[in-house]
Design a protein around this ligand. Sequence first.
Ligand SMILES: Cc1cc2nc3c(=O)[nH]c(=O)nc-3n(C[C@H](O)[C@H](O)[C@H](O)COP(=O)(O)OP(=O)(O)OC[C@H]3O[C@@H](n4cnc5c(N)ncnc54)[C@H](O)[C@@H]3O)c2cc1C
Length: 332
Amino acid sequence: MKIEENALIKNSLGINSRCKLLVTIESLEDLPKLKSYINGSKDYYIVGEGTNIVMPNYFDGIIIKANFNHIIEDTENNILKVGAAFNWNNLVKHCVSNGIYGFENLIDIPGSVGASPIQNIGAYGSEVSEVIDSIDCFCLETFQFKTLSNSDCKFTYRDSALKDSKFLIHNINFKINRNSSIFLNYETINKYIGEHSLSSDELSLKDVSEIISTIRSRALPDPNKINNAGSFFKNPIVAIESINFSSYSNDKLILWEQDNKLVKVGAARLIELIKDNISKHPNVSLYDKHCLVLISNGKATQQEILDYASEIKDLVSSTFNIDLEIEPNIVY
Ligand SMILES: Cc1cc2nc3c(=O)[nH]c(=O)nc-3n(C[C@H](O)[C@H](O)[C@H](O)COP(=O)(O)OP(=O)(O)OC[C@H]3O[C@@H](n4cnc5c(N)ncnc54)[C@H](O)[C@@H]3O)c2cc1C
């Protein structure tokens, strides 16, 4: 267990953030020791690689990091046991090169394995919930170890019961599926296949992951080069009758039909349509290749980023009568 005072918190938005105490957990035996630090207080926050958090300039509490890096194949039970600190993209690459299906569409999503179920990471028609068998945690209220089944996690679109929860994840048990098929039913993937005259039936796991990697690199900034937290807003799901089409007709919006007359609305397009009305800010702006991504020059504070997001939310609400919800976790 490593303890650091007034430590810097790495985060991909480039916010200059420090905390009172940074506790790095290095073994399972360290976990029960957290009791003496937390001591009934709620002033703690768990971090992974910091690619989906909006940190305050100072967090007056304990930041906890779980440093478990194992990857073990349990062949008898067809389970891949992976430590919370293992890099998500390295797991995807491992699965692709070992013929394990279900991870390939989630290539190049930054961050750690431990954070992947929190917002049920997803991309190109796949979600991590489809490959999770169970999750091994340590409860920061009871100070007991606990294993959660897939259904305990109540996964939905970019959400789960683990968000803002008291469970520190130290290991995830993934299903090993070597006989499945690839999922290509996604507009941008099909467009790419068509443009490159490829045959869907002949694509391997590696081909699919490379195609998605290429498509992603055109639209999303590398957080190691440009400060960002990926999509800053979720695609809202609303009743079609509630949308205000007086400024823009429905063919200008991107709408995916859901059940019960609900539609999922492409948030990037909504922002693209109102972007000229957003005030210019010295430290925060929209990424020029993708309106859903807010970027910072490394000088922006949490407040500046949230104010900028708030202006976008107000403009979208007054134009379309749609409430945008912020996707990254705001830490206070
Ligand atoms: C360029 C870019 C592209 C992205 N693309 C996508 C995408 O396509 N799809 C998508 O879904 N997301 C995407 N994201 C968001 C991000 O990659 C994911 O949310 C990722 O899972 C965050 O991992 P992290 O380790 O950085 O988590 P952090 O940002 O450190 O933490 C995120 C949340 O997880 C919790 N957490 C972290 N570790 C643990 C743990 N061990 N136990 C319990 N809770 C924990 C934290 O408390 C916090 O609530 C993108 C982000 C960027 C910057």
